[in-house]
Design a protein around this ligand. Structure first.
Ligand code: SF4
Length: 191
């Protein structure tokens, strides 16, 4: 029988495994278990597209005093009914997105006439958004249409939900914007 280079390497690899009594598959599984054994699991939804696959985010270092939490691993959530543990090649890179140095972690504002964005506190951001919503509604509100029929709509505002928003969140969100008379609304995913 002719022995190819690939065949020789395969045979010697198997031979070594048997000779040492070493189960490679089990060793690999043990390494993976060790990597996530001390992590905190947080269930979330992949933010990249409307499929809404479930993810488990593993965080290390948030249980010790003075330890800074860091995300060390992200994997598909087997209990999530949409994706059942699977992630596409884009979703599986989510850890790099979370830990990237350019990731935005604070609200930002670009003031009128400015050429750059500034950090702003959450309290200030929420107050500003509320102010803009009120001003826009006051300016654009339509109580009656051309026929004199009551419509109570606010065509100056539109609302779109994100792909990580659940149906429950979107239900509440739509209740709020309906009360404001906003007619233009949609959500990316129905998860
Ligand atoms: S894992 Fe892929 S298919 Fe699933 S939500 Fe993320 S980007 Fe979309």
């Amino acid at each position: 029988m002719e022995l190819t280079r690939r065949g020789f390497l395969k045979a010697t690899a198997v031979g070594s495994t048997i000779a040492l009594g070493f189960d490679v598959a089990r060793a690999k599984a043990e390494m993976r278990e060790f990597k996530i054994s001390r992590t905190t699991e947080t269930r979330s939804v992949c933010p990249y597209c409307a499929v809404g696959c479930g993810v488990i985010i593993h965080t290390l270092g948030d249980k010790s005093k003075n330890a800074k939490a860091s995300v060390v691993h992200v994997e598909g959530d087997p209990d999530q009914p949409v994706s059942r543990g699977t992630l596409c090649p884009k979703g599986i890179t989510l850890k790099d997105d979370i830990t990237h140095k350019n990731r935005l972690t604070k609200p930002k504002v670009r003031r009128p006439g400015s050429d750059h964005w500034e950090d702003i506190s959450w309290d200030d951001a929420i107050a500003k958004i509320a102010r803009h919503v009120k001003d826009t509604r006051d300016k654009c509100f339509v109580a009656k249409n051309a026929k004199g029929e009551v419509v109570n709509r606010n065509p100056g505002i539109a609302m779109i939900g994100g792909c990580t928003d659940t149906n429950e969140f979107n239900y509440l969100q739509w209740k709020v914007i309906t009360a404001l008379g906003v007619p233009y609304r949609d959500t990316q995913a129905r998860v």
